[in-house]
Design a protein around this ligand. Structure first.
Ligand code: F6R
Ligand code: ZN
Length: 201
């Protein structure tokens, strides 16, 4: 178990002090997730920049603990689609809270059938209920930063989002951005994955 502590959360830099694990995802780590695969490959060839960074507090991902971390998503697009996280579901159906620190983003949620999204700005908390996959996109012109707090036993399933998508994409529009639902919907295996988790959650 972790001893009691306080951590500094720097909304201007995305820093957490003391910090635990720090991870970075580049464009090349996001292959298969953006709609415009050719635009992604061009951008990978032009420098493969970091799309987002996650700085975690030193709290382990085990039952009973409550890990927290700050994500910074840079401003940018691949084709018309805004820079975003890979996205995942929690295999143990557990909820999560996101709290906006700087910039402007969209928190996209998907339960295999329905798409919901909320805008996150500084001072706004977004709630992800158990059983909903989630992804964030930076829809502003500056880095988008948010604090995430979640149960340590939740786990992270990236394959279900890589394979089944998020049901919608966050793209540029005349108004700035729009969330466009994807036609067709998920296949039966993906729907069943989420149904099972919602029953347990
Ligand atoms: C944790 C959580 C966030 C994300 C982070 C990066 O459950 O939802 O801390 O892990 O925003 O996104 P992913 O994990 O999808 O690469
Ligand atoms: Zn999560």
């Amino acid at each position: 178990m972790v001893r009691p502590f306080a951590a500094g959360i720097d909304g201007a830099s995305g820093g957490v002090d003391p910090a635990g694990v720090v991870s970075e995802r580049r464009l090349s780590d996001l292959r298969g997730l953006f709609r415009d695969a050719a635009a992604l490959e061009r951008a990978v060839g032009e420098g493969d920049e970091v799309v987002y960074r996650v700085v975690a507090a030193p709290v382990p991902e085990v039952e009973g603990e409550v890990p927290f971390s700050v994500t910074t998503i840079e401003a940018g697009r691949v084709g018309d689609e805004f820079y975003m996280t890979r996205g995942h579901a929690h295999p143990e159906p557990q909820g999560e809270v996101y709290f906006g620190l700087s910039g402007r983003g969209v928190l996209l949620m998907y339960d295999g059938e329905e798409v919901r999204w909320v805008e996150i700005r500084p001072g706004v908390a977004g709630y992800i209920p158990p059983g909903w996959a989630h992804r964030t996109a930076n829809v502003g012109g500056e880095p988008f930063r948010f604090l995430a707090v979640y149960p340590g036993s939740a786990g992270h399933d990236y394959a279900i989002v890589a394979e089944g998508g998020m049901g919608a994409r966050v793209v540029r529009s005349a108004a700035g951005y729009e969330v466009v639902e994807e036609p067709g919907g998920a296949g039966p295996a993906v729907r069943e994955y989420y149904r099972r988790r919602k029953k347990r959650g």
